[in-house]
Design a protein around this ligand. Structure first.
Ligand SMILES: Nc1ncnc2c1ncn2[C@@H]1O[C@H](COP(=O)(O)OP(=O)(O)OP(=O)(O)O)[C@@H](O)[C@H]1O
Ligand SMILES: [Mg+2]
Length: 1081
C-alpha cells in the first residue's frame, strides 16, 4: 500500500508560507529563519520554491533523496527543489506541457547551483539507455565549460555567472532527453580587460595557467606566472576553495564529453592565450611631422608571439593598431591612432575576441547537444540569468544596467504569470475571482525599454546621432525626457526634487528598480552600447591563418563589406530579452526564488535585514497575499479525502462514491462553516489556514486514536498468533510426548514380555534340565547300583580271598604310632617343675583332648608332690599355718594380703633369751608358740597400752611390757571366740566364755601388728586339741566387747583423710568405741 504523506507532516515552522498565520513580514522572516536554522533551506509559496543559500553542502541531494521525491505529489513531502523539478518533469512528460524553470535572485543567491540541481534531478529520473545517457552527460557537462569561460570570482560570489543563460532541454514523448539548446545573454566582456577590486577575470585564464602542462604552455607561448599578464588582476588571483588546476582538467574532460575535437580545444586555448598576449602589448607616443601624435608598440615581442599563435601577419596587426580607416560611400579615409586610441583598440579587440569566442563556444556546444530527431518534442527551459546587482558608491555601469533590466523583465513575467496562473486556476475550477492589489513593475520596464522614450532607445538614438556624442549628452537627454518618470532620478533633471540630493552625483542617474534604487554612472554607456571594433582590426583578424579566428570576425571579409552600423549592444539585448520573454510565456512557469542569507558567504548566518530586503523586492509577501487572496489552500479531492477521511464515520475507512462527494460529506460532518471553503471542479479551496490547521489538528487526534486502535488490533493479533503458535506447539509437543510415552510403554511391555518369556523359557528349560538331570541321575544310579551290586557280588564271591582284619590292625598300628609320637613330643616339651607354672603344650589331635587334660593334671599333681617332698617338718608346719590363715582370712579381711609375704616367726621377742622376761617365761612354763607386743585398748579413752602377748598350747598370757609382770593368763578353753574387723586394722577382741574364771575381768580388746599370725595360731591350737571346741573367728565391722559388767560396741569405720594412715580408736560414749581405719587402696 502506498504511504500517503504530506508537506504538513513534521513541519519545521510552516512549509508553505501560504499557511502562515498570522501573515506579517515579521512572521514571514521568522518562519524562514526557523527553517534555515534547521537546515530547511526550501520553503513554498504555493508552487513557488524559496531557496536560501546554505553556503555549505547539505546531505539533501543524495540518490536516496532523488528516489524519495520521484513521482510524488508536490505537497506530499517537505519542500525541496526536487519536488519542483519532479512536478515540472512529470507535467511535461504526462500532460505534454512545455515547462520553464525560472530561477531568480541576486548575485550569489544560488541560482546556478539551483539550475544544476534541477538538471541533475531530471537527468536522474528520466529514461536510461546508452544513447540517452550520452545526451544527459553532454547536457550536464556543458555546465563546467560555460562556467569556466563565463563565470568569474566577484566580491559577491566566487563563481558568479557573468552571462545570462537559458537552456532548453528537449524530450521525446516518453520523457527521454533528446538534446538541448543554450542561449546566452550579454557576457560581461569588460571584465576581460579590467576587473573591479577584489575580483578576478574569467576563470579560464587562471585555470589555463595553473592547470595546463608545461608543454601546452610552451606551445601557447605562455608562462605560468599570473603577474606576467596585464589583464589578470593579482589581488585575488587565487581563491580559497577553488582549485584552478583541477578545474582545468575537469573543463578539458567536459569539452571532450561534449564533443570538442582536439584541434578545436587547441584553437580555443590559443585564443585565450592570444587575449592574454594582447593585454601585454603596450604603446608609446611618437610625434609625427604633421604635429599629430602617433602610437608605436613598445615591445613587439608579445605582438609577434600573438601573431604567431593566431597566424596573423605581424605588420597587418601592427598597422591596425596605428591607423583607423573609415569608409564612407566609396571613400576611404585613414587616420592615425594616438596612444589612448591604440589602447582602446587593443582592449576592444581583446573584449571582442573573448566574447565572440564565448558565443562560438555556446554555438559549438549547441551543435553537439542539438536534438537529432526531427520529431515533435517537449521542452523544459531552465533560465539562470545573472542576478540583480548593485555596486556601492555608484560604480554601476552599462553592464549592471543591462543585468538589472533583465531581472526587471523576469520579475515582470513572474508577476504576470503568477497572477495569471492563479486567475486561470480559479476560472478552471469555476471559483469566483477577487482582484488583488500588487506592485507591477511594468512601469520600470517601460522606463528602460520603451521604444519612444525608454532609456535604451535614447541611448541608441544618441549613439546614432551625427555630431559629438558623449556620455554627458546622453545624460542630458535622459534628464530631459525621463525627468517626470516616477522611477527615474537625476540631479540635473527638470524634476527639482533631486536638485539638492547630494547622494546623486552629476554624472549619474538613478533608477528605482523593483529591487531597490541603483545609481548608474553614465561614463562608458555610449561606448559600450556602440561596442565598436575598428574595421582594420576585424579585417586583420579575418586575414589570420587560423580557422577559428576567421569564423569569429566574418565582418572583416573585404568582399562583404557592410557599411551599415552593427546593432548596438542595448538593442541586441532588448531584442533577445524580448524573444526570451515571449518564449517563456508560452511555457508553464515554475519558480525558484533564491535568497542570500548573508553577505559573507558564510553558513549559519541569517541576516534578517538582508533577507527582508530581498523578500520585499522579490515581492514574496505579495506573492503569498495573491495566493491567499481567494483561498489559502487548495487540494485535489482525492488526496484531500485520503488525508482526512478518518475524521468522519461515513467516509472511514472507505468511501465508495466520487471523491468530491466524500469531501462534501466530510466537511458537512465536521461542521466547517460554509464560507470557509469552496468546491472547485477538481479541488477543494480552503479560505483560511486556520481551517486547514483545524483539520490537521483533528487528524492528528484521530491518528493517535487510530494508532491506539492499530496497536490494540496488532497486540490482539500478536497475542492470538502467539497463542495459536503455542497451541500448535502444544499439539506438536503433546504428539511427540505421546509418541514418546507410547514408545516407552511399548518398550516396557516388550521388556516385560521378554522377561516373562525368558522366565518361562528358563523355567521350561530348567524343568527340562531337571528332567534330563534326573534321567541322567537315574541312569547313573542305576549304573552305580549295578556297579555296587556287581561289586557286592564280586566281593561276596572273592571275600574269602581278602585279609579280613588288616584294617583293624592298620588302625591300631596307626593309633599307637600317633600316641608314641605324642608322648615323645610331650616329654620333650614338658613345662618347668615349678607348681605355679601354668604352661602346657598344645595337643596335636583333638581326639587326645581328654588324655591331654588328664596328663596335665597328673603332671601338676606329681610336680606338687615332688615340690612337697622337699619340705622339712618346720617348713611344713609354717605352710600349714599359712594355709590355715588363708582359709580363715582370704577374701574376708583386707589385712590378709599384706600378711602373705610375712613369715610367721612366732617368737618375735626371743623371750627365752631376754633376761628381762626370764621370770615371765619361767612362770609360763609351757612352750611359747608366739610372743609379741600388743596394745591393750583402754575402754575409757580408746588408747592402747602395750602388753606382752604370749601364746602357749593352753593359755594366752598378757604381761606388762616393761616389767614382764603377768597381767592375765587366760586358758584357751575359756576363750569363746575371737572378733576382728574385715578391714586393714590390727584390732581384735578375745571373747571369753561367760561364766569362766577368766571372764570376771571381761573380754580383751587388743591391737597387734601380727594379727593374722596370732589369730591363725590361736585357731590352730584350739582346733588341734581334741578336747576342745573349735574357736569361732568372727569377722565383723561391729561387735560387742564385754568390759567387766558393760558391753561396749566396737565399730569400725573407714577413716577420714585427716587421720592419715594410722588407725585411731576413740571413745564415742560409754557404749561405743569407734575405730577409724584408713581406707585400703
Ligand atoms: N544549494 C546549495 N547548496 C550548497 N551550496 C550552495 C547552494 N546554492 C548555492 N551555494 C553556494 O553559493 C555559491 C553561489 O551560488 P551560485 O553561483 O549558484 O549563485 P548565483 O545566484 O548563480 O550567483 P550569480 O548571479 O553571481 O551567478 C555557490 O558557489 C555555492 O558555494
Ligand atoms: Mg550564477
Amino acid at each position: 500500500m502506498e504511504v500517503k504523506t504530506s508537506l504538513l507532516d513534521n513541519m519545521i515552522g510552516v512549509g508553505d508560507m501560504v499557511l502562515l498565520e498570522p501573515l506579517t513580514e515579521d512572521s514571514f522572516l521568522e518562519n524562514l529563519k526557523k527553517r534555515f536554522d534547521h537546515n530547511e533551506i526550501y520553503t513554498y509559496i504555493g508552487s513557488v520554491v524559496i531557496s536560501l543559500n546554505p553556503y555549505r553542502s547539505l546531505p539533501i541531494y543524495t540518490p536516496d533523496k532523488v528516489e524519495e521525491y520521484r513521482n510524488r505529489n508536490f505537497y506530499e513531502l517537505s519542500p525541496h527543489i526536487y519536488a519542483l523539478a519532479d512536478e515540472a518533469y512529470r507535467s511535461l512528460r504526462d500532460q505534454d506541457k512545455d515547462q520553464c524553470i525560472l530561477i531568480t535572485g541576486e548575485s550569489g543567491a544560488g541560482k546556478t547551483e539551483a539550475s544544476k540541481l534541477v538538471m541533475s534531478y531530471v537527468a536522474a529520473v528520466c529514461g536510461k539507455g546508452q544513447e540517452v545517457n550520452k545526451v544527459k552527460e553532454q547536457l550536464l557537462q556543458s555546465n563546467p565549460v560555460l562556467e569556466a569561460f563565463g563565470n568569474a570570482k566577484t566580491v559577491r560570489n566566487d563563481n558568479s555567472s557573468r552571462f545570462g543563460k537559458y537552456m532548453d532541454i528537449e524530450f521525446d514523448f516518453k520523457g527521454d532527453p533528446l538534446g538541448g539548446v543554450i542561449s546566452n545573454y550579454l557576457l560581461e566582456k569588460s571584465r576581460v580587460v579590467k576587473q573591479p577590486r577584489g575580483e578576478r577575470n574569467f576563470h579560464i585564464f587562471y585555470q589555463l595557467l595553473s592547470g595546463a602542462s608545461d608543454d601546452t604552455l610552451k606551445k601557447l607561448k605562455l608562462e605560468r606566472d599570473f603577474s606576467k599578464y596585464n589583464y589578470l588582476s593579482l589581488d585575488s588571483a587565487t581563491v580559497s576553495g577553488l582549485d584552478d588546476a583541477a578545474n582545468f582538467r575537469t573543463v578539458r574532460n567536459a569539452m571532450q564529453i561534449v564533443g570538442f575535437m582536439e584541434d578545436e580545444m587547441q584553437s580555443v586555448l590559443e585564443l585565450v592565450a592570444a587575449v592574454l598576449k594582447l593585454g601585454n602589448i603596450e604603446f608609446k607616443p611618437e610625434s609625427r611631422c604633421n604635429g599629430m601624435d602617433e602610437s608605436r608598440i613598445k615591445d613587439k615581442n608579445d605582438l609577434k608571439e600573438m601573431c604567431e599563435l593566431l597566424g596573423i601577419e605581424q605588420s597587418v596587426l601592427e598597422r591596425a593598431f596605428s591607423y583607423r580607416t573609415v569608409e564612407a560611400k566609396m571613400e576611404k579615409v585613414s587616420t592615425t591612432l594616438n596612444v589612448a586610441q591604440a589602447y582602446y583598440a587593443r582592449d576592444a579587440l581583446a573584449k571582442n575576441l573573448y566574447s565572440r569566442l564565448f558565443s562560438w563556444l555556446v554555438t559549438r556546444i549547441n551543435e553537439s547537444i542539438k536534438a537529432q530527431a526531427k520529431t515533435r518534442h517537449k521542452v523544459m527551459g531552465v533560465l539562470d540569468i545573472y542576478g540583480f546587482e548593485i555596486f556601492e558608491e555608484g560604480d554601476n555601469s552599462f553592464e549592471q544596467f543591462i543585468i538589472n533590466y533583465c531581472n526587471e523583465k523576469l520579475q515582470q513575467i513572474f508577476i504576470e504569470l503568477t497572477l495569471r496562473e492563479e486567475q486561470e486556476e480559479y476560472i478552471r475550477e469555476g471559483i469566483e475571482w477577487t482582484n488583488i492589489e500588487y506592485f507591477n513593475n511594468a512601469v520600470i520596464c517601460g522606463l528602460i525599454e520603451n521604444n519612444q522614450n525608454g532609456i535604451l532607445a535614447m541611448l541608441d538614438e544618441e549613439c546614432l546621432r551625427p555630431g559629438t556624442v558623449t556620455d554627458e549628452t546622453f545624460l542630458d537627454k535622459l534628464n530631459t525626457i525621463c525627468a517626470d518618470h516616477q522611477h527615474f532620478e537625476s540631479r540635473l533633471s527638470k524634476n527639482s526634487k533631486f536638485l539638492n540630493d547630494h547622494s546623486l552625483p552629476h554624472n549619474c542617474f538613478r533608477i528605482q528598480h523593483y529591487a531597490g534604487k541603483v545609481l548608474y554612472r553614465v561614463e562608458g554607456f555610449v561606448d559600450k552600447n556602440n561596442d565598436l571594433l575598428y574595421r582594420d582590426l576585424s579585417q586583420a583578424m579575418y586575414k589570420a591563418n587560423h580557422s577559428l579566428i576567421k569564423q569569429l570576425f566574418p565582418e572583416g571579409n573585404p568582399v562583404k563589406v557592410n557599411l551599415k552600423r552593427p546593432p548596438t549592444a542595448g538593442f541586441q539585448i532588448k531584442a533577445s530579452v524580448g524573444t526570451l520573454m515571449s518564449n517563456l510565456q508560452t511555457k508553464n512557469p515554475n519558480y525558484i526564488r533564491c535568497i542570500k542569507p548573508n553577505d559573507k558567504k558564510a553558513s549559519h548566518i541569517f541576516n534578517e535585514s538582508l533577507v527582508c530586503h530581498q523578500a520585499r523586492y522579490l515581492g514574496l509577501m505579495e506573492n503569498v497575499r495573491v495566493r491567499r487572496a481567494g483561498y489559502a489552500f487548495r487540494q485535489a479531492y482525492e488526496p484531500c479525502l485520503e488525508r482526512y477521511k478518518m475524521l468522519c464515520k461515513n467516509t472511514w475507512p472507505h468511501w465508495k462514491g466520487p471523491a468530491r462527494q466524500g469531501v462534501e460529506v466530510l466537511m458537512t460532518n465536521l461542521q466547517v462553516p460554509a464560507e470557509e471553503y469552496s468546491y472547485g471542479r477538481s479541488k477543494i479551496f480552503i479560505r483560511n489556514p486556520r481551517t486547514l490547521f483545524f483539520l490537521e489538528e483533528k487528524r492528528k487526534q484521530c491518528l493517535e486514536d487510530l494508532a491506539t486502535l492499530i496497536q490494540k488490533i496488532y497486540r490482539g493479533w500478536k497475542c492470538r498468533s502467539h497463542f495459536l503458535l503455542l497451541k500448535k506447539s502444544q499439539i506438536v509437543v503433546a504428539s511427540w510426548y505421546r509418541r514418546y510415552a507410547q514408545q516407552k510403554k511399548y518398550q516396557k511391555i516388550k521388556h516385560s514380555t521378554t522377561v516373562v518369556q525368558s522366565y518361562t523359557r528358563g523355567w521350561q528349560a530348567r524343568k527340562l534340565l531337571r528332567e534330563l538331570k534326573y534321567q541322567k541321575k537315574c541312569e547313573e544310579a542305576v549304573t552305580t547300583i549295578a556297579a555296587f551290586w556287581h561289586g557286592t557280588q564280586v566281593r561276596r564271591e572273592y571275600r574269602k580271598f581278602f585279609r579280613a582284619n588288616a584294617g583293624k590292625k592298620i588302625y591300631n598300628f596307626t593309633i599307637q604310632r600317633i600316641m608314641q609320637k605324642y608322648f615323645l613330643g610331650l616329654k620333650s616339651k614338658l613345662p618347668s617343675m615349678s607348681p605355679i607354672d601354668k604352661t602346657w603344650p598344645a595337643r596335636p589331635y583333638s581326639f587326645l583332648d581328654g588324655v591331654h587334660a588328664e596328663l596335665r593334671r597328673i603332671f601338676h599333681l606329681w610336680r606338687c608332690k615332688k615340690y612337697r617332698s622337699q619340705f622339712t617338718e618346720e617348713k611344713k608346719a609354717v605352710y600349714e599355718e599359712k594355709l590355715e590363715a588363708s582359709e580363715l582370712f582370704k577374701d574376708k579381711k583386707a589385712l590378709y594380703p599384706s600378711s602373705v609375704r610375712q613369715p610367721f616367726k612366732g617368737d618375735y621377742l626371743e623371750i627365752s633369751k631376754n633376761p628381762k622376761y626370764q621370770k615371765l617365761s619361767s612362770a609360763v612354763d609351757e612352750k611359747i608358740l608366739l610372743a609379741d607386743v600388743v596394745n591393750k585398748i583402754n575402754r575409757a579413752n580408746g588408747k592402747g597400752s602395750p602388753r606382752l602377748f604370749l601364746l602357749t598350747k593352753k593359755n594366752v598370757v598378757l604381761a606388762d611390757q616393761k616389767t614382764g609382770q603377768l597381767k592375765a593368763n587366760v586358758p584357751l578353753t575359756d576363750l569363746a571366740s575371737v572378733s576382728t574387723s574385715s578391714q586393714t586394722d590390727g584390732f581384735f577382741a578375745l571373747k571369753l566364755k561367760e561364766g569362766s574364771a577368766s571372764a570376771i575381768k571381761g573380754d580383751f580388746l587388743l591391737s597387734s601388728d601380727h594379727l593374722i599370725e596370732m589369730i591363725t595360731k590361736l585357731h590352730r591350737i584350739s582346733s588341734m586339741a581334741a578336747d576342745r571346741e573349735k574357736l569361732n573367728i568372727d569377722i565383723l565391722d561391729e561387735f560387742l566387747v564385754q568390759f567387766k559388767q558393760d558391753k561396749v560396741c566396737v565399730k569400725f569405720i573407714q577413716g577420714s583423710p585427716k587421720n592419715g594412715n594410722s588407725v585411731s580408736c576413740k571413745r564415742k560414749n560409754n557404749r561405743l568405741l569407734e575405730v577409724s581405719v584408713p581406707a585400703s587402696s
